[in-house]
Ligand binder design. Sequence first.
Ligand SMILES: [Zn+2]
Length: 401
Amino acid sequence: MRANLSSLLASLLVSLGAAACGGAVEVDAPLEPAPASDAGADAAATPDAPEVPYPAPHPGMPEIPNNGGKVLTAPLIVTVTYAGDGLESFAQQLDDWIGGSAWWKTVHADYGVGAATSGGHVVIADPAPDALTDTDLQRWIAAKIDDGTFAQPTDQTLLVIWLPPQTSITLPGAGGRSCASFGGYHSAAAYRVEGKLRQVSYAVIPRCSGRDSLPVTVSHELTEAATDPLPGTLLAGSSGWVLNDQSPWNPAGGENADMCEFVSPVTENGYSLTRVWSNANAKIGQQPCIPVPPETAAIPYFNAAITDEILIAKPGDTVSTQLVCYSFGPLAGPLTVSAQTWSQGTLTFSFDPPTCTNGTNVTMTIQVGASATSGTDYHYSLLTQLDANTGHLWRGMVAVP
Ligand SMILES: [Zn+2]
């Protein structure tokens, strides 16, 4: 009954913001719209060159598999707060609204999750503890089901537990403490009905930020709880939609919001909400993190695909791979590629040539420092920019066996 550590890490990153991640920022909000017409911008369109289609042939991005576990097809969201919490009505309104939002419908199109509705509000009269563990919380949930504080869960119930500002929660193992190691998480708790063991999904929302930043965490945990409601819990094979493979795309976790961890959020109804991985878009190499903000949608999506996303190297090696540049329509200018990494001292990148257009390639060479450590996957993001404000990411890594 371990909590989903991937989700924890992701939530930590949410709470700390992109600045904590070595500057891996996706700039998806251009300040200036692309010109309506940019004839001649495609360098490949010389008189003798064959016409390159939009988009030029290119690799896709990974799809998140369903591992056979259930999803919440019609989630019932129960808001749990403690009496006296200044955000009680904010929490209830957000939880009641989110399951019928355009955001919810858009992000769940690939995952078999239907609209969510309110399963009611529970305000806990007992004072909140200053500190508790996730194990304490799971026992508390079971006790509150037993004593009738929580209605008997259905297989669609999702408890959203809003901890008040003074309460911190600790996860087992290396999970750490709320607001230090993670900003939110979801898991499942066991309880018994007439001697039979059942599980109920829950999400925990510690008060790690001000009100305006909480919806990013709430939307992150709720979409993951709906698509992977029994993460790594009592039942083998209970896992839902999650990319568990060694992949450059899931360093923040392989659930659907984790995969868009570094991408700027979107706004609906005044709430800032996480973007979520779209398998349909990923398959064709379109913007994988949806919803796509309207100001970005006006510019054809572009990127540079890394041919060998996982390169194997020894310390001191130099390795290279091809980047395949593509766009879904004409762009105002060439694309510039660069790399961002948390391992600045270990990986050194060079690009030949430094720019590209739809249908042209770049050779990316990575020098692996002699100080690289055996048994480490060094992750990086490839940033492909149209201008300073418009860019998209691809993920890669150098595995040092
Ligand atoms: Zn997550």
